[in-house]
Design a protein around this ligand. Structure first.
Ligand code: GMT
Length: 375
């Protein structure tokens, strides 16, 4: 198949899933075209089966807001015609499903029928899409997609609860390539993060309010009072500076490393003993899955789709949102004894293996086949 993928090219989970999916599809012989405003950060190899087409938005001083949707839908039309793309798969409803639908209609005028699959990722539904300013357009573009998928059962339920959806939603969970991880790194690389005898606790996110960054710091603060430990904070976002201040206030600044955006999360995770994800809401929690495949147990909130990934008592523990004390208790249970930690590491890896890309990719291929019939 010739597949056009539209996504955000950033470190965000939806962009990562779209990119990994596209790369895996190309390995299976499909021709994949990424169409977005920048080369996706995880897109390593371009070649005969994998292409990137940049969407340019010319700046014009009259516009207070530059019309990205317009530029994207025009680019989609051009690329579909130029490369005979057969299906569009848009990740994140806003504004991709909207732009995709416009492209589809424009192509239809020229007698080209192309199906569109929309994958809902989370904040496009629960936070942003649900805003009254966007809701009619998001509802419309979901209903106009030939097939809609969501990354968890919980996100499907949220979508049906929050929007007037007339189309079926297929749940296809996010995935991981279990054969790629864990990579082996040297102890010398570990020593750049922590001393021998110290546990490594990690958090990776875009540092937005929804991630409850102060909970991450407060949980770690109490862990390190009982167990020698270091905290790795990976990512960038609006809450980062406050987090740095909080570490200083608590006097733990020398135990916390802010590593910024990283392409080496597998390296950090492969040395980690615990991953913290206390989010307010999370449709899936891809970062938790990436931790688990690297044998890192997860202490998380029990919100949204996280319980579909992190299994209580097996790959880690779940608590109510904001229950910092219980998260601390659970973290200590995991970290205190080597044999318990090893049991949770094994449990995390085993649970992650259920999300192997080889199980999930055929589900997307089947969806594409079905979309062809519907378009
Ligand atoms: O977590 C974020 O804020 C980024 C966001 C995104 O759109 O990239 O992540 C969402 O999609 C990921 C991939 O499907 C999910 O793993 C995340 O749980 C989801 N985030 C939220 O629902 C808050």
């Amino acid at each position: 198949m010739k597949i056009g993928i539209v996504c955000y090219p950033t470190f965000g989970g939806s962009g990562v899933v779209a990119t990994e999916l596209g790369m895996a599809l190309s390995k299976r012989g499909h021709e994949v075209h990424f169409i977005t405003y920048k080369q996706p950060v995880r897109l390593a190899l371009l070649g005969s089966k994998i292409h990137f087409h940049e969407v340019h938005v010319p700046k014009y001083p009259l516009f207070h807001y530059q019309p990205y949707e317009l530029a994207l839908s025009s680019k989609l039309v051009d690329m579909v015609k130029l490369h005979q793309i057969e299906i569009l798969h848009v990740h994140y409803a806003i504004p991709h499903a909207y732009a995709g639908y416009m492209a589809k209609k424009m192509l239809q005028e020229e007698g080209i029928m192309i199906p569109m699959v929309t994958t809902l990722h989370g904040t496009d539904i629960t936070l942003v899409g649900n805003h009254p300013f966007y809701k009619p357009a998001v509802t419309f573009s979901i209903n106009k997609s030939d097939i809609v998928t969501s990354v968890s059962q919980s996100l499907k339920e949220d979508t049906l609860r929050l929007f007037d959806i007339k189309t079926d939603i297929h749940v296809i969970p996010n995935f991981i390539d279990v054969h790629e991880a864990p990579k082996t790194y040297t102890d010398c690389q570990r020593s750049m993060m922590a001393n021998e005898g110290e546990r490594i606790v990690t958090h990776i996110s875009n540092f937005r309010k929804v991630k409850r960054i102060p909970d991450v710091i407060n949980v770690f603060y109490k862990i390190q009072q009982k167990i020698p430990a270091k905290l790795m904070m990976v990512g960038e976002g609006p809450e980062k500076q406050q987090a740095e201040y909080l570490c200083e206030e608590l006097g733990i600044e020398d135990k916390v490393m802010f590593l910024g955006k990283s392409n080496e999360i597998d390296r950090v995770l492969s040395f980690s003993d615990l991953f913290l994800l206390p989010s307010e809401t999370e449709s899936f929690g891809l970062a938790a899955l990436e931790a688990m495949v690297n044998r890192t147990p997860v202490v998380s909130s029990n919100t949204g789709g996280i319980p579909e990934v992190n299994k209580h008592g097996v790959s880690g523990f779940l608590s109510d949102v904001g229950d910092v004390d219980e998260m601390v208790e659970n973290a200590i249970k995991i970290l205190e004894e080597d044999d318990v930690l090893e049991r949770f590491k094994k449990g995390a890896r085993k649970e992650a293996e259920k999300f192997d890309i080889n199980h999930i990719l055929p589900l997307y291929e089947a969806i594409y086949e079905e979309a062809f019939k519907l378009a």
